[in-house]
Ligand binder design. Structure first.
Ligand code: BG6
Length: 482
């Protein structure tokens, strides 16, 4: 089968805290995830690390006791020192677009400085310019789970409206410095995740003892939504282009069966876990079911008319989302399969990867149709891929046929969605070069078509090797043959 849409953008994605390393070089401050030590699966009881351990007390304690502990994201894939080699490989794979993130703490280490850190700007200028020299388009995330820890300490994280202003100042610096070379901007990675785990955005319940957890998570989300809308407004004013999107962790679910009670349960889950975020971002208003949900949870947003107008008048130009797998929902909780931050209902029709994530290419076609019909905004798949525990073989490669199959099936699903009439304009495979997992902090959960020679404790050379999927992808790009 031939993929017929010629101007579709194919590419790969990474994130600063999982990829760069050199966590404190050239003036950079810590981000929360760089404070998280590696803990073996057995010792953390099988739960995703961010679920079980990401409390301020825990992070600070483990930080003090750093003797003997390993902090994977501090070294990550050492991209900071190897960026040229990495970009050369991406160009060789023939990617059209590279989605990367900028670490806020490299530019404004404490968030509240009046001037940016020149060394941080210099690093990103080098990376971005080199990509452009290689003919690669750029999609840049401003905050991929990367709020500086200093903002948690001094300001209590995103509960504080002052952080909105600091984020807008940071965005202004980036638009001024790099507005001419970046093709697309995403203010936040998976903005919805902070409403499940506010700690992922450096906002800790311990710092707000008089606030209920529901109030904390939805206020954190609201403040980030306002920050995103303000950044979109600023970007439109400064750069005068329609290149501003959002990024939402998309959790597609199916009803467990056709029993009407399960359909109602599924519909509610769709509203709560998916449409809620897309609705606010695409339509600029809180939907009525969300207002009802807030009433039930006794959540009273600290907001005003001005903020609501900002949300209303600064919706995004396109919707981007991550899609890895799907789940099922019913009145009675289904058996659970894996996931990174939350688990999903097990679907007997689907296979799983080694971490229990269900593989569902048809779900991508369904999701694309669903989002296009509902919002009529161009779509971009900013993360998709399969994690697998891999080792280099004697020929210094990995025969990752399962990844080739995964990509092929998902690319065909995109093709079919386009045939259905969906306006989707690009795809960036997650962790195109191996990097540290967000949830499990493992290096061994690999997503890339390029292997990085580090193990979970960062033994190894850090050298890069092409997997079999690298050649498959390159060939696909040249022929568009599936
Ligand atoms: C997405 C995140 O949720 O999933 C990435 O944006 C993350 O940062 C990816 O790495 C895969 O999850 P994990 O936990 O396997 O790394």
């Amino acid at each position: 089968m031939k993929f017929t849409k010629k101007d579709f953008l194919w590419g790969g994605a990474t994130a600063a805290n999982q990829f760069e390393g050199e966590f404190n070089k050239d003036g950079k401050s810590w981000s929360v995830l760089e404070m998280m030590p590696y803990i073996k699966l057995e010792e953390r009881g099988g739960m995703p690390l961010s679920n079980s351990k990401l409390s301020k007390e825990y992070l600070e304690k483990s930080f003090e006791n750093k003797e003997g502990l390993h902090y994977p994201k501090r070294i990550a894939s050492d991209h900071y020192n190897r960026y040229k080699e990495d970009i050369d490989l991406l160009a060789e794979a023939k990617i059209d677009v590279y989605r990367m993130s900028i670490a806020w703490g490299r530019i404004y280490p404490n968030g509240d400085e009046s001037k940016p850190n020149e060394k941080g700007l210099e690093f990103y200028r080098n990376v971005l310019t080199y990509c452009k020299q290689k003919g690669i388009k750029l999609m840049v995330t401003l905050n991929h789970y990367d709020t500086p820890y200093t903002i948690a300490q001094k300001y209590g994280g995103w509960m504080n409206k002052e952080v909105i202003n600091m984020f807008v100042k940071y965005a202004k610096t980036l638009f001024t410095e790099f507005g001419d070379i970046v093709d697309y901007w995403l203010p936040f990675n998976e903005i919805n995740v902070c409403s499940i785990f506010p700690m992922m955005s450096a906002t800790f319940p311990e710092d707000h003892p008089n606030v209920s957890f529901d109030q904390l998570r939805f206020q954190t989300l609201h403040n980030q939504l306002v920050a995103q809308a303000k950044v979109v407004q600023l970007g439109h004013e400064m750069l005068k282009k329609k290149i501003f999107g959002c990024m939402i962790a998309n959790m597609t679910n199916y009803p467990m069966d056709c029993n009407p009670v399960n359909i109602i349960e599924w519909q509610k889950a769709e509203q709560t876990y998916r449409y809620f975020y897309f609705d606010i971002i695409a339509k600029g208003v809180y939907p009525t079911y969300a207002i009802k949900m807030f009433e039930k949870l006794n959540v009273k947003l600290d907001t005003n008319e001005e903020e609501m107008n900002i949300l209303k008048n600064n919706t995004v130009d396109f919707l981007s989302f991550s899609y890895y797998s799907s789940g099922i929902i019913g009145k009675k909780e289904a058996d659970q399969s894996g996931g990174n931050l939350i688990s999903m209902g097990k679907n007997p029709f689907l296979k799983e990867n080694e971490w229990g994530w269900q593989i569902d290419p048809q779900g991508l076609r369904y999701t694309l149709n669903d989002l296009w019909d509902r919002y009529n905004l161009p779509l971009f798949i900013s993360e998709n891929g399969i994690g697998w525990d891999e080792k280099l073989n004697d020929k210094k490669t990995v025969d990752d046929d399962y990844r080739i199959d995964y990509m092929k099936q998902h690319f065909m699903a995109i093709h079919d969605a386009i045939e259905d009439g969906v306006n989707v304009f690009g795809y960036t495979m997650w962790g195109v070069i191996d990097l540290v997992s967000t949830s499990s902090n493992e290096m061994s959960k690999r997503y890339g078509i390029i292997y990085v020679d580090y193990d979970d404790l960062h033994n190894g050379t850090g050298d890069r090797f092409k997997k079999k999927s690298f050649n498959w992808f390159k060939n696909f790009k040249e022929t568009l043959e599936l």
